[in-house]
Write a protein that binds this ligand. Structure first.
Ligand code: FPP
Length: 247
């Protein structure tokens, strides 16, 4: 029985987030450079997106490039930027055909001008699609996002738009880049690393974590199904007792 057959359809996570890791190690295993790994990572992005949309997952968020990744060698950063824009542009037709909306979060203004404008144009072209929102976190880090939210809140208190000293959790969430989506129920990280690396720190307060040793370019639809089945077998307690949840 494949993992897909074990998925309980009415217990699907609404939002899945993925830390795609291991492109460089996968490439090194083939005796190739890191960029080769990123190119093959695109196939895994396609597989995960297709599998999620086919199942009926509403939000899929992929950590594509962190604010820290800017410090990688220039040739790698340049290659990644080109790969993002080319992939996104090549996939517009498929996204529209499958009714998938592309979204981006992060410090997008820090992208090179040309990449930023091409990205914005692409987001615009899929904005009416509503089967699934595919979000790419680019030049993203959670600490940047939280600091950015605090600065916006300060601006809004100064201008009198909101009351100072009385910010609720839900109000704070509205200032995050993810304001238009629910928190993820499931976060997957590939490559065997067991850390969060500055990704969605606020949003994953009660998220179930799934770590796999698969390197990102090796990640298949079946791997996504496995993570979902694992998630469905867990008891989510949100601070309550097991007995409280059962009653
Ligand atoms: C982490 O692996 C991966 C990245 C920093 C880039 C992710 C990019 C892709 C999957 C390519 C295409 C994506 C889109 C959205 C079009 P790593 O380089 O840190 O691997 P390592 O830890 O083995 O060195």
């Amino acid at each position: 029985m494949s993992f897909k057959d074990k998925i309980i359809k009415d217990k699907l996570p609404v939002h899945i987030a993925i830390i795609m890791d291991g492109n460089g190690r996968w490439a090194a295993k083939q005796g190739k450079d890191r960029v080769f790994g990123h190119h093959h990572g695109v196939d895994a992005v396609r597989a995960a997106s297709e599998a999620a949309a086919e199942l009926g997952v509403k939000y899929l968020t992929l950590y594509a490039f962190s604010t820290e990744n800017w410090n990688r060698p220039k040739f790698e950063v340049d290659a990644l930027m080109t790969l993002f824009v080319e992939t996104i542009q090549n996939e517009i037709e498929t996204l529209n055909k499958n009714n998938i909306r592309l979204n981006a979060i992060g410090d997008l203004k820090s992208l090179p001008d040309d990449n930023y404008s091409k990205l914005m144009a692409t987001l615009e072209e899929t904005k009416k699609n509503d089967r699934m929102m595919l979000t790419l976190a680019m030049s993203y880090s959670s600490r940047w996002e939280i600091t950015d939210a605090v600065n916006k809140i300060l601006d809004d208190t100064k201008s009198g738009k909101i009351n100072a000293g009385n910010i609720s959790e839900s109000q704070f969430s509205e200032y995050l880049n993810t304001s238009q989506m629910p928190d993820p129920e499931l976060l997957i990280r590939t490559s065997g690393e067991m850390r969060i690396s500055n990704f969605l720190l606020w949003q994953i307060a009660y998220t179930e974590l799934f770590f796999t040793s698969k390197l990102w370019p090796e990640f298949t639809k079946e791997d996504l199904y496995e993570a979902i089945v694992d998630y469905q077998n867990r008891e989510r307690r949100f601070g309550l007792t097991s007995e409280q949840i059962k009653s």
